[in-house]
Design a protein around this ligand. Structure first.
Ligand SMILES: *Cc1c(COP(=O)(O)O)cnc(C)c1O
Length: 408
């Protein structure tokens, strides 16, 4: 992933913040990388209000429609009435409340592990785990497409960072071999379903390689949890790797429709993180409403596995249809469909064309993805209806073609 911290340096040291900010924004604009917020009125449903029009939403992580599921919102409301709007304190002071404890028990059972710990976000979980386990004498070995929060966790830990080519087990083996003589611990980190590509890590091979080389493993299931595996418990459990993966993490904020994140593993791991993870210790506990909503969402995933199954089936079909229409979509199996374009400006234009026709798709550019791999990222929701998909399939090819011609 591209360096987040890269700054342009064309203003003098003593320039005012205002001058510096304006100059840097111009640089960002020149690269076609300006980001801005779009205000959505109403819940994350297939049809959302943006400004004065209703648009079809194809970039929400509300994959299973749980964020506005009546049982999930009711759980949040009930918990708010009973426990208040906030936990107000760190979990280690007085902020560890009944909904947290109940959620952690449920997570551990769902995942089939000894224990789980809820963090306030996945970003904080990744930072907290890696910095708790590694120091400058250790080595972290990370897939090149891993999420920004994993990258920042690696950096903050001060460990040696080795990057292996995306999903490339030969390269991982080379890195494991070449780092073998270094003293210290080694941790291999990967996502299971990759956030911007929708593809999956070769988890079985990765875990057995790491084991053979005496390295620990950590798997981020942010985009898999709720959707993959029996009862939505994720790919690690589905592949029978629960006992071989040392650390599992995932967010409560995507398919589970709530907010927050979990780490799942052995009781000692969880105790160590409780004692050491600064992003757990020095922050306010998750609001009780979020914990209760996430627990309800997990129960729905267990009760209604057909939600995820239907979603994946539909994604396969849409991928096929779009490939037939000539779009560059890799053969993957997930609810995330990347349409590779390459050029950032062309990608933004395609997204603008789509929005003009009332379809909201995210243009994903560096530094979220590597240079020259800008793309439209479609994310599908179980709540999309047939007519929504039909409109998407009709409009996408022409919007992209117009953007291509415009950028010539
Ligand atoms: C979204 C995401 C996170 C961060 O989770 P939050 O709970 O949103 O902070 C971490 N890892 C991956 C792979 C993600 O996609």
């Amino acid at each position: 992933m591209t360096d987040f911290s890269k700054k342009t340096n064309n203003t003098s040291k003593s320039a005012s913040l205002e001058t510096t900010a304006v100059a840097e924004l111009i640089e960002i604009e020149k690269l076609g990388l300006t980001r801005s917020l779009k205000e959505v009125g109403g819940p994350q449903e297939p049809l959302v209000q943006i400004g004065n029009k209703k648009v079809l939403l194809f970039c929400s992580n509300n994959y299973l429609g749980l964020a506005n599921h009546p049982e999930v919102t009711k759980a949040a409301i009930d918990a708010t009435m009973r426990y208040g709007a906030s936990s107000v304190s760190s979990r280690l002071i007085s902020g560890h409340m009944t909904p947290h404890a109940e959620l952690e028990d449920l997570l551990a059972k769902w995942k089939g592990v000894e224990a789980a710990l809820v963090f306030s976000t996945g970003f904080q979980a990744n930072i907290g785990i890696i910095t708790s386990l590694l120091t400058r004498d250790d080595t972290v070995i990370s897939d090149e497409l891993n999420h920004a929060s994993i990258i920042d966790g690696c950096r903050l830990s001060r460990a040696n960072v080795e990057i292996f080519r995306h999903g490339d087990m030969n390269h991982l083996e080379d890195v494991l071999n070449s780092s073998a003589r270094r003293p210290g611990r080694r941790l291999v980190v990967t996502e299971s379903i990759f956030s911007m590509d929708g593809d999956r890590a070769p988890l079985r091979d990765l875990v057995s390689l790491a084991k053979r080389h005496g390295a620990w493993t950590m798997v981020d299931e942010a985009h898999a949890v709720g959707i993959f595996g029996n009862n939505g418990a994720g790919l690690v459990r589905d592949l029978g790797l629960t006992d071989s993966v040392d650390i599992q993490i995932g967010t409560l904020g995507k398919a589970l429709g709530s907010f927050g994140a979990y780490v799942a593993g052995s009781s000692s791991l969880i105790k160590l993180l409780t004692n050491r993870a600064r992003s757990f210790i020095f922050t306010t506990g998750l609001p009780p409403s979020c914990a209760a909503a996430a627990a309800k969402a997990i129960n729905i995933c267990m009760r209604e596995p057909e939600r995820a199954a239907t979603l994946l089936q539909r994604a396969r079909k849409i991928g096929e249809d779009l490939r037939e229409a000539g779009l560059n979509i890799p053969h993957i199996d997930s609810q995330i469909l990347p349409i590779l374009i390459g050029d950032s400006r062309e990608t933004v234009k395609a997204a603008e064309n789509l929005l003009r026709r009332n379809i909201y798709v995210a243009a994903i550019r560096p530094p979220t993805v590597p240079t020259d791999t800008a793309r439209l990222r479609l994310s599908l929701m179980a709540s999309h209806e047939k007519s929504h998909i039909e409109k998407l399939l009709t409009e996408l090819p022409s919007c992209m073609e117009e953007a291509r011609l415009d950028s010539k």
